[in-house]
Design a protein around this ligand. Structure first.
Ligand SMILES: *[C@@H]1O[C@H](CO)[C@@H](O)[C@H](O)[C@H]1NC(C)=O
Ligand SMILES: *[C@@H]1O[C@H](CO)[C@@H](O)[C@H](O)[C@H]1NC(C)=O
Ligand SMILES: *[C@@H]1O[C@H](CO)[C@@H](O)[C@H](O)[C@H]1NC(C)=O
Ligand SMILES: *[C@@H]1O[C@H](CO)[C@@H](O)[C@H](O)[C@H]1NC(C)=O
Ligand SMILES: *[C@@H]1O[C@H](CO)[C@@H](O)[C@H](O)[C@H]1NC(C)=O
Ligand SMILES: *[C@@H]1O[C@H](CO)[C@@H](O)[C@H](O)[C@H]1NC(C)=O
Length: 562
């Protein structure tokens, strides 16, 4: 360790100890902040007193000061919150109560299972309260299985000691300290700088954050609003200062170059409307065949947005690149997000895609006309239309022109498909190519599984999305409600007019299916066909793979008819 890092480490440790104390004895936050440094240096000065020690303490104090300064905003936020609430004991530890995990809390999201919510470190069973909620039971039920805090940001009326006192009456347990640190400060936590997310996003994992929006929102809007766009992070969100941001370019046939954000904005600005999908979209259906390793995504790990920025090819040319060297086979990307060993997220795409002037690969600094949000790669994300989300590297820090693929874990040992017979004992990741273009897919967004629906003129109205990778267009979506005896061709309600193979956006569709009278239950199936006449496979059984990727079997939804 260098002297500076030792000093930083020590000061962090001291701070953490104080914070630990804070949690145990529940000193109000603002008092803690005033007190901590005074008492810290008093103690140290008494016990030692030599010049060197004083210097060391000075060093610690300075480093801690710097650290504190960096942490300042967050601390202020908490301080402000505690001032507003006037009573910081609500949501703190309570002895004698069981500890629950967020997963356990999440299983209590209905009247049958009980309605649980969290606030800071508190877990509450509010089943008997929801009907008394002045704002109506629908609103409060939206927080079921999760935290009430994001809702309280929306509805400031809750931030009073009176409301907290009511909440504490329903206290049943504690959240584990680790999981509660999402809302209480933990200065060692690499996730401390995660952005606040919209509560409508349903997480499949919190650290790193992964979440998808409710299905019905997808078909309500051609463009998925950025705040409701699915989030797939592999590592903590990095804190990137746009003023010191620098994108490095190196490798074959280029001069080592770097570009700051202003430099990138000087290139001609291109906008691309592209759908991005996670390779694991619809994994939750594949697991019904057999368990897989991976986050349990529903059908909404997909979204359509307009991305704007500089073309990759323009930036490479500005670095001296001429596309006349056949050795150039892959363009590698590295993110600024790193694991605990400082290894960055990485991926690569084939040179043919990267260098195609019509391929629309851009270094985007805007999403839907605004600076890219933190969760989506602020300040720069490479957008590779038609290619799996995992290669659309966020927080882009480096581009390497190369003969070979990225050697990153995510390129070599993840995001690959295998035969249904391959298991974790027999898998050889070197034997399968990395996923680039995704296969044709569709999903029914309305009605939802298990819904009770009313017919319109004896017809069932079904809406959904369809998309295919590699710039292929959707040419047809077939829907059936009688197990395939009769198929109905859906109408496209929205489709971009771009030509194949440069068609990047999804297609939204709607079908009206006649249903025989007195039928009380139906299973709806949907399948899409793309411009290469690829069609979705019928069942997940035959496409099952151990990582649960490329899940594109017919989408099936069971509904009750009113
Ligand atoms: C906290 O409150 C102070 C004064 O009330 C305000 O200036 C500051 O911006 C607030 N900080 C945050 C992070 O909300
Ligand atoms: C703080 O909240 C508790 C309920 O958790 C309540 O009993 C107590 O009176 C409150 N104290 C103040 C000062 O509001
Ligand atoms: C409440 O949870 C905290 C954090 O896990 C734990 O330290 C505490 O012991 C729990 N309370 C009890 C005693 O059940
Ligand atoms: C260019 O950058 C790469 C990667 O950082 C480095 O390994 C190489 O030494 C640099 N080359 C020159 C000529 O500076
Ligand atoms: C289709 O998408 C492209 C950008 O990818 C855009 O320029 C064009 O205007 C879109 N067309 C329609 C009809 O929305
Ligand atoms: C995707 O969103 C863009 C606007 O960002 C819109 O122009 C385009 O039509 C959308 N594509 C589809 C088919 O949803």
């Amino acid at each position: 360790m260098t002297p500076l890092s030792t000093v930083l480490h020590t000061s962090r440790f001291v701070l953490r100890r104080w914070q630990g104390l804070l949690c145990q004895v529940q000193i109000p936050l603002h008092e803690f902040n005033k007190a901590s440094f005074a008492s810290n240096s008093n103690q140290e000065t008494k016990s030692r007193g030599y010049g060197a020690t004083v210097l060391a303490i000075g060093g610690i104090a300075t480093a801690a000061g710097v650290y504190y300064f960096i942490e300042g905003t967050k601390r202020q936020h908490l301080q402000n919150a505690s001032k507003e609430l006037g009573n910081v004991s609500a949501g703190g530890f309570k002895c004698g109560l069981p500890t629950y995990t967020l997963d356990e809390v999440a299983t209590h999201a209905s009247k049958e299972d009980g309605i649980w919510v969290t606030f800071r470190q508190g877990v509450y069973d509010i089943t008997n309260f929801v009907d008394q909620h002045p704002g109506g039971h629908e609103k409060i039920s939206m927080a079921a299985g999760g935290s009430v805090e994001p809702f309280w940001l929306l509805y400031g009326v809750h931030k009073t000691p009176g409301v907290l006192a009511i909440l504490e009456k329903y206290r049943i347990g504690n959240l584990s300290e680790e999981e509660a640190s999402v809302s209480i400060a933990d200065m060692e936590d690499p996730y401390a700088f995660e952005p606040r997310r919209h509560p409508a996003l349903k997480p499949s994992n919190l650290k790193p954050f992964n979440a998808e929006p409710p299905m019905t929102l997808l078909v309500d809007s051609f463009i998925t609003p950025s705040d409701l766009f699915y989030v797939r992070n592999h590592l903590p969100v990095p804190e990137v200062d746009e003023k010191s941001y620098s994108l490095e370019v190196s490798g074959l046939c280029v001069k080592n170059s770097s570009f700051n954000l202003e430099d990138l904005k000087k290139f001609p600005k291109y906008s691309v409307t592209a759908t991005i999908q996670c390779a694991g979209n619809r994994r939750s259906e594949m697991v019904n065949v057999k368990p897989v390793k991976g986050l349990n995504w529903g059908q909404a790990a997909i979204g359509n947005a307009t991305w704007s920025g500089a073309r990759l090819i323009d930036v490479l040319k500005a670095s001296g690149f001429k596309d006349n060297n056949l050795k150039v086979q892959h363009i590698q990307f590295e993110g600024l997000d790193t694991d605990s060993a400082h290894v960055p997220y990485g991926a690569s795409i084939p040179a043919e895609k990267a260098l195609d002037p019509r391929g629309d690969v851009i270094l985007a600094y805007e999403m839907n006309g605004q600076p890219i949000p933190k969760d989506h790669g602020f300040p720069v994300r490479v957008i590779v239309p038609g290619i799996v989300g995992a290669r659309n590297v966020k927080w882009l820090g480096r581009i390497v022109v190369s003969e070979v693929e990225s050697d990153s874990h995510w390129q070599q040992n993840d995001y690959k498909g295998f035969s249904p017979s391959v298991d974790w004992d027999t898998v050889d990741f070197s034997k399968a190519p990395a996923i680039q273009e995704l296969p044709v897919v569709s999903a029914i967004c309305e009605p939802l599984e298990g819904a009770t629906v009313k017919l319109e003129n004896n017809k069932l109205v079904v809406r959904g999305y369809a998309w295919s990778g590699g710039g292929r267009r959707i040419i047809r979506v077939d829907v059936t409600a009688d197990g395939g005896k009769t198929w109905h061709v859906a109408d496209f309600t929205d489709q971009n007019d771009s030509k194949v193979p440069y068609h990047w956006a999804w297609t939204l569709w709607k079908a009206e299916i006649p249903v025989t009278q007195n039928v009380k239950k139906v299973e709806i199936w949907a399948k899409a066909v793309d411009s290469s006449y690829n069609v979705q496979p019928e069942r997940f059984e035959n496409i099952w793979n151990l990582r649960g990727v490329c899940g594109n079997a017919y989408h099936r939804v069971n509904v009750n008819i009113k």
